[in-house]
Design a protein around this ligand. Structure first.
Ligand code: SAM
Length: 286
């Protein structure tokens, strides 16, 4: 690596930012990971290795990027902060970018990732310390647009990780739990107390490992109907399955027929239905 920078020293980081006239911005969820052991564990969990294609969303000034590049993986990094991009391009990874080992895509990842996906397909791994404000939207968008790498490892607020890992009937179970369990087996690998970040956020974070299932719960052709059904079912938590399904604007006969065919009680609540039950219901409905 051409750049020898101590990513775990808050002094070094604030000096670098100061020299470059930059500040940490709350609205972009900028909390840098400043724990060497956590960075190493995250990279190890990702399984990134020489020649693999890895995406990282929100590299910041490159703490995780640097660790990922050290495995020999080729990294595509999506960063919204123009000042951080300047550091990545002009100071940290000038050589890696020139050598084609790091591709930096500047701008809002929510808008830029699909072009990369259309051009090069899904990566082998996505590994990111996600900004808290876009984390779940981004993961949902990967899944709904069928960008499904074999492994995804994310650092997120613990509360979001608990939603990803929750099952039917659990307090944290939501439409997002259903989306994330459609194609993936998910587990919370470890908790990162707020003090592992700079600046320290108000809540703890967790690292979640998402491993692709050998087979999705649905057939690919049924995916759009499945997503529509999930969004309708969880739109209003207190409503019954039958009432929430009305948002799909199908005939009452279709809804009643699908509920009956799949043995789903009309008065049931979506929070008690498994991903497989919702898949069967969506297939019967649409
Ligand atoms: N990877 C670094 C680390 O672990 O120390 C920084 C992680 S920090 C939690 C989140 C990063 O995501 C910041 O660099 C922030 O500027 C960037 N970011 C925020 N919103 C973004 C978006 N919509 N698209 C791309 N990057 C974004």
């Amino acid at each position: 690596m051409s750049w020898d920078f101590d990513y775990c020293s808050v002094n070094s980081i604030s000096n670098l930012l100061g020299e470059n006239g930059l500040n940490m911005t709350k609205k972009f969820g900028q909390n840098f990971l400043v724990s060497r052991s956590a960075l190493e564990r995250i990279v190890s969990l990702s399984g990134a290795s020489a020649g693999m294609r890895v995406w990282e969303v929100g590299p910041g000034i490159g703490a995780l990027t640097s660790a990922l590049l050290q495995t020999g993986a080729h990294v595509t990094a999506f960063e919204i902060d123009r000042g951080f991009c300047r550091i990545l391009r002009e100071r940290a990874f000038t050589r890696e970018i020139a050598d084609g080992k790091l591709k930096l895509i500047e701008g809002d990842a929510l808008k830029t990732w699909t072009a990369e996906f259309e051009e090069n397909g899904a990566p082998d791994v996505i590994c990111a310390n996600l900004p808290y404000n876009v984390g779940s939207v981004l993961i949902g968008s990967f899944i709904e647009n069928r960008c499904l790498p074999p492994v995804m490892v994310y650092t997120l607020q613990s509360e979001v990780v608990h939603r990803i890992c929750a099952g039917p009937g659990d307090e944290d179970y939501s439409g997002f739990s259903v989306l994330t369990s459609l194609d993936y087996e998910n587990r919370e690998a470890f908790v990162l107390k707020a003090g592992n970040f700079w600046p320290a956020p108000n809540v703890d974070s967790s690292v979640v490992v998402m491993k692709k299932k050998t087979q999705s719960v649905i057939e690919e052709k049924d995916a759009p109907a499945f997503f529509k059904t999930v969004h309708a079912l969880f739109a209003q938590r207190r409503k019954t399955v039958k009432n929430n399904l009305k948002a799909l604007k199908l005939s009452p006969q279709t809804i009643d027929g699908a509920l009956e065919k799949t043995g789903t009680e009309p008065s049931e609540r979506a929070e008690n239905l498994s991903t497989a039950q919702i898949a069967a219901l969506s297939k019967a409905l649409i």
